[in-house]
Design a protein around this ligand. Structure first.
Ligand code: MG
Ligand code: ZN
Length: 383
């Protein structure tokens, strides 16, 4: 009898603790990330003689990338990132027209079009008027243009540069806005929104008639293929790292290869690390850090181009922070990141802005997100 009671006590006392250990383990795995894949970062000299004005701008947006996400990357890569070599640094205030906490549609529209709009809205002001994006203005001024993302290319951030719709979930309408945009290269997911559509249109066919070449993987694009190029690498979103491989840095390199010399007027390119945000929503330090490092490698490609083409400005920023991440411990020497989250969605904290190249000093200070559009427009000398 005594034995039975003892067994009863052991089972009932240890069951919840086994259970909470499991929880702890799951939580622990999501809050700690040990990086094994370190890479070198090139530091460019301070005395590069840049041109006075940029003819080309490469804007790289880490969706959901706050300071803690950047520092997770710095910690994971043992103290250095490409982003961290950029010396002109500011902060962007991300509030939308109707909310202290922006979503990626209003956040993207602020960066792309220079207006604060309502959450969920793409390329329109709060009254529903369409507003031109920096990409569209660049097109009008004869520049070559490009978009690269790891999400579907019709997702909120890239969509803000090309589409005008009242609701970010109108993916097929957003795809339609690519047809007459004049864009020279776009690489991302979202093939289905171009070809498997409720309205029966085949945008691949329509755009091929306009001179575009469509591919579904970067490897299949012949070296000789330049503008106009569409590479839609997934039916919807691309998988996360490491399954995705080097798609983002390679797509950035490919886009720069297409845009380089494509117009005598220069180019505008937006590159998005789309999934840093999704790691934040999942409160997953490993997901965030892997995506941050991948994004940083794309930044490295942009910096390399800018260091050798002295008329090219590189801007790295975010649309908002996600997760309220904090860096709570572990080791820079060993590349181990530990974090904690305050929320499962976006926060209202300022996000960093890093710049390199002609006009980079303009990005110092604290300002509203819409100023980034205005600064780009002014530096391009657009009316
Ligand atoms: Mg995004
Ligand atoms: Zn988000």
């Amino acid at each position: 009898m005594k034995k039975a009671l003892l067994l009863f006590i052991i089972v009932f006392v240890s069951l919840p603790s086994i259970h909470s250990q499991e929880n702890y383990k799951n939580k622990h795995e999501k809050l700690i990330y040990e990086n094994k894949d370190f890479y070198d970062v090139k530091v460019y000299p301070d005395d590069i003689k840049f041109k006075k004005h940029p003819k080309n701008i490469i804007l790289l947006i880490g969706d959901g990338m706050g300071v803690a996400q950047v520092f997770a990357g710095i910690t994971a890569n043992r103290g250095m990132l490409n982003i961290a070599t950029m010396k002109n640094i500011g902060f962007s205030k991300t509030q939308s027209a109707d909310n202290y906490i922006t979503d990626s549609a209003a956040g993207g529209t602020a960066l792309a079009c220079g207006v604060k709009t309502k959450n969920g809205v793409i390329g329109e002001d709060p009254d529903g008027n369409k507003v031109k994006s920096i990409l569209e203005i660049a097109e009008e001024n004869g520049k070559a243009t490009g978009l690269v993302a790891t999400s579907a290319i019709t997702h909120a951030t890239p969509a803000s540069f090309i589409a005008h719709v009242p609701n970010r979930r109108m993916y097929e309408e957003i795809a339609t806005d690519f047809v007459n945009s004049g864009i020279d290269v776009f690489i991302g997911g979202g093939y289905d929104f171009f070809v498997k559509r409720k309205d029966g249109r085949n945008l691949e066919k329509e755009m091929e008639d306009k001179g575009y070449s469509f591919y579904t993987s970067l490897d299949s694009v012949p070296e000789s293929v330049k503008s106009k190029l569409a590479v839609l690498t997934a039916p919807k979103h691309n998988p996360q790292m490491p399954e995705r491989g080097n798609m983002l840095p390679e797509a950035t390199e490919k886009a720069l290869d297409v845009l380089d010399g494509s117009s005598t007027e220069g180019f505008f390119l937006m590159v998005e690390g789309s999934q840093i945000d999704w790691g934040g929503h999942q409160n997953d330090v490993a997901y965030i850090t892997r995506e941050l490092l991948d994004f940083d490698k794309a930044v490295g490609k942009a910096l390399e181009y800018a260091a050798t083409h002295k008329n090219t400005l590189v801007i790295v920023t975010a649309d908002h922070e996600t997760g309220g991440l904090s860096n709570t411990g572990k080791s820079i020497k060993d590349g181990i990141v530990e974090g904690a989250f305050t929320v499962g969605h976006h926060t209202g904290i300022m996000v960093p802005v890093f710049a390199f190249g002609p006009g980079a000093e303009e990005f110092r200070g604290i300002y509203e997100n819409v100023e980034i559009f205005k600064k780009m427009k002014a530096l391009y000398n657009f009316k």
